[in-house]
Ligand binder design. Structure first.
Ligand SMILES: C[S@@+](CC[C@H](N)C(=O)[O-])C[C@H]1O[C@@H](n2cnc3c(N)ncnc32)[C@H](O)[C@@H]1O
Length: 387
């Protein structure tokens, strides 16, 4: 995108019908774009990632990726001692207030969708746990966090706006500085590139899992995310969520759950909701913009009990394991009035331990790719239960 933008600017600047004022505006934007391109390429190269044109990627909408670029600025540029920006402080205070109420200081912390890492870093410095993993799937924001926190290098980033705003700069080149770290907190803070749907951890690995602005933008079903968090938390561990419910536009409306629905899922999964609050906050408020977004932030803390508890009865849910696909299906001699080898194969997998997800995992590879395996399995058990 940066390369394409630069090529377009180059072409515009070579026109004969410009005044000096226009030329100057375009030149400022060009300088900021060039700084970005250099920074992106150098960060990626340091981590062994070379830009190769990719047919599949070019068909994707890179909008979400470029939105996350601004996290670098919000986390590490807009907020300095000379130019304070309250957004990071507000996120820190919101989450810290809840963590300080935990019965025990968390030793092993996992932050899912940590972005450019500022919140996880600030919490890590304050809480001094055994370690914090700041996990994200976006290599650029992670590489930048690593460069600042671990390599102690400054990073240059250009910021420019698509709409001129009166009284504001068109473009600005920021120098992102490594954060102070007199106590070497970085030796136990790790940025980790990983996909939340394929986490590389053993079960029960963490005392605290934090999902800041993440449950709605991870490409999947919140119910499955709840299962993953439950599995990775140690018994007695806590999940702290803080963020809006803005759900990406690619997600079907059925999966754009309200807070009430999510609380039902939490209790079906075995979590105990400890507390919740709602606040409004500015989002990505740049010093270069008159416009800004306000978002509603839902913060809640839920505990994974020491021992699994009986799932509560939720109105309309035929049974907990049909709604929460990670829960074991109890053995019960299920039979269907329809006869088909696929039905027999699915039912033969019920052993009291396997869940709907486990069964999908086993039968999925044997079905044609266009068959939505989860729908097939859920519908089969739904029909059996309602009959
Ligand atoms: C809205 S941003 C929030 C970032 C940060 N927590 C904050 O509050 O600024 C969502 C983050 O989730 C990451 N993300 C999205 N899907 C993911 C996935 N499947 N696995 C890991 N990270 C993912 C994105 O790369 C992005 O950095």
């Amino acid at each position: 995108m940066a390369q394409q933008g630069l090529a377009a600017l180059h072409e515009s600047l070579s026109r004969y019908d410009l005044t000096d004022t226009t030329r100057q505006r375009l030149t400022e934007i060009q300088t900021a774009s060039q700084v970005n391109l250099d920074t992106i390429l150098s960060l990626m190269q340091k981590h062994g990632i070379n830009p190769i044109p990719d047919e599949q990627l070019s068909q994707m909408n890179p909008g979400d990726l470029s939105e996350y670029f601004d996290l670098l600025l919000r986390d590490w540029a807009w907020d300095s001692t000379t130019n304070p920006n309250p957004e990071n402080t507000a996120a820190f205070e919101r989450t810290l207030a809840d963590i300080e109420k935990l019965p025990q200081k968390p030793a092993r912390i996992l932050v899912l969708g940590a972005g450019a890492g500022r919140l996880s870093w600030d919490l890590h410095v304050r809480l001094q746990p055994e370690y914090t993993l700041a996990l994200d799937a976006n290599p650029l924001v992670l590489a930048a966090a690593d460069e600042l926190v671990h390599q102690r290098q400054t990073i240059a980033i250009g910021e420019f706006k698509n709409f001129p705003q009166i009284g504001f700069q068109h473009a600005h080149c920021w120098q992102l500085e490594p954060p102070h770290d007199t106590d070497n907190a970085r030796s136990t803070w790790f940025p980790l590139g990983a996909n939340v749907w394929q986490l590389p951890f053993a079960r029960d690995s963490f005392d605290l899992i934090i999902t800041p602005w993440f449950i709605d933008v991870n490409g999947g079903d919140v119910r499955d995310l709840i299962a993953i968090i439950y599995e990775n938390l140690a018994p007695g561990g806590h999940w702290l969520n803080s963020g809006p419910l803005l759900f990406t536009r690619h997600l079907p409306v059925q999966l754009k759950y309200t807070a009430t629905e999510i609380k039902e899922f939490l209790s079906l999964a075995g979590f105990t909701l400890i507390e919740e609050s709602i606040t409004n906050t500015d989002y990505l408020r740049s010093p270069l913009e008159a416009r800004f977004r306000q978002e509603q932030v839902w913060t809640f803390r839920a505990a994974k009990p020491e021992a699994r508890q009986e799932a509560p009865i939720i109105a309309g849910a035929l049974t907990a394991w049909l709604v929460m696909h990670h829960l074991p299906i109890p053995k019960n001699n299920y039979s269907s009035k329809d006869s088909h080898p696929l039905i027999d194969a699915i039912l033969s997998l019920v052993d009291g331990n396997r869940s709907i997800n486990d069964i999908c995992y086993e039968v999925g590879p044997h079905l044609p790719q266009d068959i939505p395996v989860k729908d097939v399995v859920v519908t089969l058990f739904g029909q059996i239960l309602s009959e």
